[in-house]
Design a protein around this ligand. Structure first.
Ligand code: CP
Length: 305
């Protein structure tokens, strides 16, 4: 592939290939002295139209670990603020001959549109509520390192499913690798047609978490709700916030995940986020290795290689 725009369309063996490559990159991702310079002489531009802590910084570190010249485009200080469109911005950057463009945008499909307009490889770092492929890959890598497999695990994805690109990419990936995927949310936060994605749907945390190997919590994405349905925090926490009582419904050795950013006391209790069953910090760590694997895989298909 020339681009990574989503998990959708990837064959299971391609997903497993990226996970194996990421596993190999874990040690290198921790130690700059061991870096592999497959992107030496290459230019990577990170173009983030939405805020990010984890994704942008780990793509920057991943590119640098591989020897790329990495530029972070400061969108808030750019001519986007003067009304320049996504396509004109991309065409402007394209004229500087980058090899890789890592893009986050608030509109679903924006990254696909952009990929058709530029000459370089494009990586989707999150497009609206549509996909966040590298998040799903780093989640799968984290799960596999702890459970040794993905197939036949029961994974409960809980919370704001309707607005979550993380949920979508994870559902597609986990199904492709043979996991049993559940979603748990109030009906107002379930997208229409969710059952067609091959998941079991629950509105009760008790029923949805029963027997789960992995409990994946999601943030309430108020910025995508347009004032439509914004539940009260207290009520939401009471019924859907992951605390010790609700986590006890899952398997005894269940592991807790969250893509971040977390809202403690809204979708997850602080004691669970920081507790022995939490993989949240490891997810962040795996982010660098997974992004190295993705950039490395795309590097093999860059022109003049
Ligand atoms: N999980 C995630 O995408 O985090 P950021 O928004 O901080 O990049």
């Amino acid at each position: 592939h020339r681009h990574l725009l989503g998990i959708e369309g990837l064959h299971p063996h391609e997903i497993l290939g990226l996970l194996d490559r990421a596993e190999e990159a874990v040690e290198v991702s921790r130690q700059i002295s061991k870096r592999r310079l497959v992107l030496q002489g290459r230019t990577q531009i990170n173009l983030f139209f939405e805020n990010s802590t984890r994704t942008q910084s780990s793509f920057e570190l991943a590119g640098k670990r591989l020897g790329a010249d990495v530029m972070n485009m400061a969108v808030s200080q750019s001519s986007v603020k003067k009304g320049e469109t996504l396509i004109d911005t991309a065409a402007t950057l394209n004229a500087m001959h980058p090899d890789l463009l890592v893009v986050r945008h608030h509109a679903a499909g924006a990254v696909h549109l952009l990929a058709r307009k530029v000459g370089c490889s494009v990586v989707n770092a999150g497009d609206g509520p549509h996909e966040h492929p590298t998040q799903a890959l780093l989640d799968a890598l984290t799960i596999r390192r702890h459970k040794g497999k993905i197939a036949r695990l029961t994974v409960a994805i809980c919370g704001d499913i309707a607005h979550s690109r993380v949920a979508r990419s994870n559902i597609i990936l986990l199904n492709a690798l043979g996991a049993r995927v559940r979603v748990v949310a109030p009906t107002t936060l379930l997208p229409s047609g969710i059952a067609k994605m091959g998941v079991e749907v629950f509105t009760s945390m008790k029923e949805g978490l029963e027997g789960a190997d992995i409990v994946m919590m999601l943030r309430l994405q108020r910025e995508r709700m347009n004032g439509a349905f914004i539940p009260s925090v207290r009520e939401y926490y009471r019924y859907y916030g992951l605390d010790a009582e609700k986590l006890a419904y899952a398997k005894e050795d269940a592991l807790v995940m969250h893509p971040g950013p977390m809202n403690r006391g809204v979708e997850i209790d602080a004691s669970i986020a920081d507790g022995a069953q939490s993989l949240i910090r490891e997810q962040v760590e795996m982010g660098v290795a997974v992004r190295m694997a993705v950039l490395e895989a795309l590097a093999a298909n860059l022109p003049n290689n």
